[in-house]
Write a protein that binds this ligand. Structure first.
Ligand SMILES: [Zn+2]
Length: 237
Protein backbone atom coordinates (compact mmCIF):
# COMPACT_ATOMS: atom_id res chain seq x y z
CA UNK A 1 0.00 0.00 0.00
CA UNK A 2 3.02 2.27 -0.46
CA UNK A 3 1.53 4.08 -3.46
CA UNK A 4 -1.44 5.33 -1.40
CA UNK A 5 0.85 7.52 0.66
CA UNK A 6 2.23 9.12 -2.46
CA UNK A 7 -1.25 10.00 -3.62
CA UNK A 8 -2.25 11.88 -0.51
CA UNK A 9 0.29 14.60 -1.10
CA UNK A 10 -0.13 14.82 -4.85
CA UNK A 11 -1.70 17.75 -6.61
CA UNK A 12 -4.60 16.49 -8.63
CA UNK A 13 -5.81 18.55 -11.50
CA UNK A 14 -9.09 17.07 -12.59
CA UNK A 15 -11.27 18.46 -15.30
CA UNK A 16 -14.45 17.15 -16.76
CA UNK A 17 -15.77 18.15 -20.14
CA UNK A 18 -18.11 16.95 -22.81
CA UNK A 19 -16.92 19.10 -25.68
CA UNK A 20 -18.63 17.25 -28.47
CA UNK A 21 -16.83 13.94 -28.49
CA UNK A 22 -19.26 11.98 -30.61
CA UNK A 23 -18.96 8.65 -32.37
CA UNK A 24 -21.85 7.31 -34.46
CA UNK A 25 -24.25 9.57 -32.60
CA UNK A 26 -23.03 8.51 -29.14
CA UNK A 27 -21.73 11.25 -26.86
CA UNK A 28 -18.64 10.74 -24.69
CA UNK A 29 -17.65 12.64 -21.55
CA UNK A 30 -13.97 13.26 -20.97
CA UNK A 31 -12.43 13.40 -17.50
CA UNK A 32 -8.82 14.57 -17.44
CA UNK A 33 -6.38 14.18 -14.60
CA UNK A 34 -3.11 15.78 -15.69
CA UNK A 35 -1.40 15.03 -18.98
CA UNK A 36 -0.15 11.46 -18.76
CA UNK A 37 -0.48 9.49 -22.02
CA UNK A 38 -2.63 6.86 -20.29
CA UNK A 39 -6.08 6.85 -21.78
CA UNK A 40 -9.05 4.94 -20.41
CA UNK A 41 -12.34 4.19 -22.11
CA UNK A 42 -15.70 2.85 -20.98
CA UNK A 43 -17.76 1.77 -23.99
CA UNK A 44 -20.67 -0.40 -22.87
CA UNK A 45 -23.36 1.66 -21.09
CA UNK A 46 -24.85 -1.32 -19.24
CA UNK A 47 -21.52 -2.22 -17.60
CA UNK A 48 -22.01 0.08 -14.62
CA UNK A 49 -19.38 -1.50 -12.38
CA UNK A 50 -16.69 -0.62 -14.92
CA UNK A 51 -17.98 2.95 -15.09
CA UNK A 52 -17.86 3.37 -11.30
CA UNK A 53 -14.41 1.79 -11.10
CA UNK A 54 -13.01 4.05 -13.82
CA UNK A 55 -14.65 7.15 -12.37
CA UNK A 56 -12.98 6.41 -9.05
CA UNK A 57 -9.66 5.52 -10.67
CA UNK A 58 -9.31 8.68 -12.76
CA UNK A 59 -9.76 10.89 -9.69
CA UNK A 60 -6.68 9.25 -8.13
CA UNK A 61 -4.46 8.42 -11.11
CA UNK A 62 -3.21 10.53 -14.01
CA UNK A 63 -4.61 10.19 -17.51
CA UNK A 64 -7.71 10.80 -19.57
CA UNK A 65 -10.92 8.83 -19.23
CA UNK A 66 -13.63 8.68 -21.88
CA UNK A 67 -17.13 7.70 -20.75
CA UNK A 68 -19.92 6.86 -23.17
CA UNK A 69 -23.21 8.55 -22.32
CA UNK A 70 -25.54 5.60 -22.65
CA UNK A 71 -27.35 3.07 -20.43
CA UNK A 72 -27.42 0.05 -22.70
CA UNK A 73 -24.79 -2.05 -24.40
CA UNK A 74 -26.01 -0.89 -27.83
CA UNK A 75 -26.41 2.70 -28.94
CA UNK A 76 -29.25 3.98 -31.12
CA UNK A 77 -28.07 4.62 -34.67
CA UNK A 78 -30.34 5.65 -37.55
CA UNK A 79 -33.27 3.25 -37.28
CA UNK A 80 -31.42 0.49 -35.47
CA UNK A 81 -29.08 -0.11 -32.53
CA UNK A 82 -25.38 -0.96 -32.77
CA UNK A 83 -22.61 -2.14 -30.46
CA UNK A 84 -20.16 0.77 -30.01
CA UNK A 85 -17.32 -1.73 -29.63
CA UNK A 86 -17.98 -3.28 -33.04
CA UNK A 87 -17.59 -0.19 -35.20
CA UNK A 88 -13.80 0.24 -35.11
CA UNK A 89 -13.54 -1.27 -38.59
CA UNK A 90 -15.73 -1.11 -41.67
CA UNK A 91 -16.26 -4.85 -41.60
CA UNK A 92 -17.33 -4.80 -37.95
CA UNK A 93 -19.63 -1.86 -38.64
CA UNK A 94 -21.25 -3.74 -41.52
CA UNK A 95 -21.95 -6.75 -39.30
CA UNK A 96 -23.33 -4.76 -36.36
CA UNK A 97 -25.49 -2.56 -38.63
CA UNK A 98 -27.05 -5.70 -40.08
CA UNK A 99 -27.46 -7.51 -36.77
CA UNK A 100 -30.78 -6.00 -35.70
CA UNK A 101 -31.73 -4.64 -39.13
CA UNK A 102 -30.97 -7.23 -41.81
CA UNK A 103 -32.60 -5.29 -44.67
CA UNK A 104 -31.38 -1.85 -45.78
CA UNK A 105 -32.88 -0.02 -48.78
CA UNK A 106 -30.41 0.27 -51.70
CA UNK A 107 -27.61 2.75 -51.00
CA UNK A 108 -28.48 3.38 -47.33
CA UNK A 109 -26.10 0.83 -45.84
CA UNK A 110 -23.13 2.18 -47.78
CA UNK A 111 -24.05 5.73 -46.72
CA UNK A 112 -24.17 4.66 -43.05
CA UNK A 113 -20.83 2.84 -43.36
CA UNK A 114 -19.21 5.89 -44.98
CA UNK A 115 -20.54 8.12 -42.21
CA UNK A 116 -19.19 5.82 -39.48
CA UNK A 117 -15.82 5.67 -41.30
CA UNK A 118 -15.59 9.48 -41.20
CA UNK A 119 -16.69 9.66 -37.55
CA UNK A 120 -14.22 6.95 -36.58
CA UNK A 121 -11.20 8.86 -37.90
CA UNK A 122 -12.06 11.87 -35.74
CA UNK A 123 -12.96 9.80 -32.70
CA UNK A 124 -9.75 7.77 -32.79
CA UNK A 125 -7.78 10.99 -33.07
CA UNK A 126 -9.20 11.98 -29.68
CA UNK A 127 -9.05 8.71 -27.78
CA UNK A 128 -5.74 7.27 -28.98
CA UNK A 129 -2.82 8.16 -26.69
CA UNK A 130 0.32 9.85 -27.97
CA UNK A 131 3.41 7.80 -28.78
CA UNK A 132 4.40 5.32 -26.07
CA UNK A 133 1.05 5.84 -24.37
CA UNK A 134 -1.41 3.13 -23.49
CA UNK A 135 -5.13 2.71 -24.05
CA UNK A 136 -7.00 0.88 -21.30
CA UNK A 137 -10.60 -0.21 -21.70
CA UNK A 138 -12.84 -1.43 -18.92
CA UNK A 139 -15.56 -4.03 -19.34
CA UNK A 140 -17.85 -6.22 -17.26
CA UNK A 141 -19.24 -9.64 -17.97
CA UNK A 142 -22.34 -11.22 -16.50
CA UNK A 143 -22.68 -14.47 -18.41
CA UNK A 144 -20.33 -17.26 -19.33
CA UNK A 145 -17.61 -15.15 -20.96
CA UNK A 146 -14.25 -15.70 -19.29
CA UNK A 147 -10.52 -15.88 -19.93
CA UNK A 148 -10.75 -19.46 -21.25
CA UNK A 149 -12.41 -18.13 -24.42
CA UNK A 150 -9.33 -16.00 -25.10
CA UNK A 151 -6.63 -18.63 -24.52
CA UNK A 152 -6.69 -20.05 -28.05
CA UNK A 153 -6.17 -16.54 -29.52
CA UNK A 154 -3.36 -15.69 -27.11
CA UNK A 155 0.36 -16.08 -27.62
CA UNK A 156 1.12 -16.04 -23.90
CA UNK A 157 -1.14 -16.64 -20.94
CA UNK A 158 -0.80 -16.40 -17.19
CA UNK A 159 -3.77 -18.03 -15.48
CA UNK A 160 -3.87 -17.88 -11.71
CA UNK A 161 -5.53 -20.69 -9.76
CA UNK A 162 -6.93 -18.34 -7.12
CA UNK A 163 -8.50 -15.94 -9.62
CA UNK A 164 -12.01 -16.21 -11.00
CA UNK A 165 -11.67 -16.87 -14.76
CA UNK A 166 -14.17 -14.05 -15.44
CA UNK A 167 -11.73 -11.50 -14.03
CA UNK A 168 -8.81 -11.03 -16.39
CA UNK A 169 -6.54 -8.62 -18.21
CA UNK A 170 -5.92 -8.77 -21.95
CA UNK A 171 -2.98 -6.89 -23.43
CA UNK A 172 -1.40 -6.47 -26.85
CA UNK A 173 2.16 -5.42 -25.99
CA UNK A 174 4.65 -8.07 -24.93
CA UNK A 175 6.60 -5.86 -22.51
CA UNK A 176 3.31 -4.89 -20.85
CA UNK A 177 2.39 -8.56 -20.62
CA UNK A 178 5.64 -9.40 -18.83
CA UNK A 179 4.98 -6.65 -16.27
CA UNK A 180 1.35 -7.60 -15.73
CA UNK A 181 1.84 -11.37 -15.64
CA UNK A 182 3.90 -11.21 -12.43
CA UNK A 183 0.93 -9.75 -10.56
CA UNK A 184 -1.93 -11.67 -8.96
CA UNK A 185 -4.36 -11.47 -11.89
CA UNK A 186 -5.15 -13.60 -14.95
CA UNK A 187 -3.40 -12.08 -17.98
CA UNK A 188 -3.41 -12.98 -21.68
CA UNK A 189 -1.28 -11.55 -24.46
CA UNK A 190 -2.67 -11.17 -28.00
CA UNK A 191 -0.64 -9.51 -30.73
CA UNK A 192 -1.96 -10.95 -33.98
CA UNK A 193 -4.51 -9.08 -36.07
CA UNK A 194 -7.13 -11.58 -37.17
CA UNK A 195 -8.19 -11.47 -40.82
CA UNK A 196 -11.80 -11.49 -39.76
CA UNK A 197 -11.68 -8.72 -37.19
CA UNK A 198 -14.98 -7.96 -35.45
CA UNK A 199 -14.59 -4.19 -35.26
CA UNK A 200 -13.59 -4.06 -31.61
CA UNK A 201 -11.16 -1.48 -30.27
CA UNK A 202 -8.50 -4.07 -29.47
CA UNK A 203 -7.97 -4.91 -33.15
CA UNK A 204 -7.81 -1.28 -34.19
CA UNK A 205 -5.21 -0.66 -31.46
CA UNK A 206 -3.18 -3.61 -32.75
CA UNK A 207 -3.34 -2.28 -36.31
CA UNK A 208 -2.05 1.08 -35.07
CA UNK A 209 0.57 -0.52 -32.90
CA UNK A 210 -0.91 1.22 -29.85
CA UNK A 211 -0.44 -0.54 -26.51
CA UNK A 212 -3.89 -1.72 -25.52
CA UNK A 213 -5.16 -3.26 -22.30
CA UNK A 214 -8.63 -4.59 -21.58
CA UNK A 215 -9.67 -5.04 -17.96
CA UNK A 216 -12.53 -7.51 -17.80
CA UNK A 217 -14.29 -7.99 -14.45
CA UNK A 218 -17.50 -9.63 -13.28
CA UNK A 219 -20.40 -7.18 -13.17
CA UNK A 220 -20.95 -6.05 -9.57
CA UNK A 221 -17.37 -6.69 -8.41
CA UNK A 222 -16.48 -3.02 -7.97
CA UNK A 223 -13.68 -3.41 -5.40
CA UNK A 224 -12.07 -6.03 -7.63
CA UNK A 225 -12.17 -3.87 -10.73
CA UNK A 226 -10.80 -0.86 -8.84
CA UNK A 227 -7.88 -3.00 -7.66
CA UNK A 228 -7.23 -4.32 -11.16
CA UNK A 229 -7.26 -0.77 -12.54
CA UNK A 230 -4.91 0.39 -9.81
CA UNK A 231 -2.56 -2.49 -10.56
CA UNK A 232 -2.53 -1.88 -14.33
CA UNK A 233 -2.21 1.89 -13.91
CA UNK A 234 0.73 1.45 -11.56
CA UNK A 235 2.56 -1.22 -13.55
CA UNK A 236 2.24 0.55 -16.91
CA UNK A 237 2.82 4.08 -15.70
ZN1 LIG B 1 -18.16 -4.56 -22.60
Amino acid sequence: MVFLTILIGSEIEKRSSSTSIIFAGAQFNLVENGNAPIHYIWLHGDEKTAKLALNHHISHFPGKAFFIQNDDREIPYLSTIIDPNRIFSRRGSYLTLKKFKPYWPPGTLKKALDEIDTDRIQFLEKIMPTQNGVLISVHNNSHGYNVKYEIKNSRKTSIKKKQNPRDFILCTNEADYEKLAVGPYNVVFQDTVKDRDDGSLSWESLRRNVRYVNIETRLGYLAKQKKMLEFVGRMLN
